[in-house]
Design a protein around this ligand. Sequence first.
Ligand SMILES: *[C@@H]1O[C@H](CO)[C@@H](O)[C@H](O)[C@H]1NC(C)=O
Length: 150
Amino acid sequence: MDLFYFWSFGCLVEMVIRPQIHLCKNGDICAGLRLTNMTAPALQDPRKDMELHCRFDMGGEELYAVKWYKDDHEFFRYTPAASVTITQYPVIGVHVDRHSSKCMPDGCDLLLKELSRPQSSGAYRCEVSSEAPAFRLASQTHNVTVAGRG
Ligand SMILES: *[C@@H]1O[C@H](CO)[C@@H](O)[C@H](O)[C@H]1NC(C)=O
């Protein structure tokens, strides 16, 4: 028991000093969710499909959702624990090819087809969030300009 109290006091100190730290399900200190890499083309040819990639490290936390936005409008959501794991929302200029898109516990790759020059250009954001008790949020945004001879 002494050991347990000593250990939890250490954790408490850690959590006060570094408030982003908290306990994982297994009792260890979690490093926490990090979005490690998002890629999107800066310049996209409208005649080709556009690839969006998002990679993350859950750092011991449970994935709640991966949400994709264009200009702050959500168009795609992956919620692995929900009964419906993939939800799409209509956003002008965005057409996700479901069969060529894949979301996993550590990443989410989308293929966007039927691009149009002004409508498909914009700021694309990948936002990853973790379950309770952390409720951590990480996101990255890339500006995409759809331009070419298309
Ligand atoms: C995207 O472009 C806007 C202006 O058009 C700029 O304010 C913003 O910083 C850019 N974002 C990124 C991630 O490059």
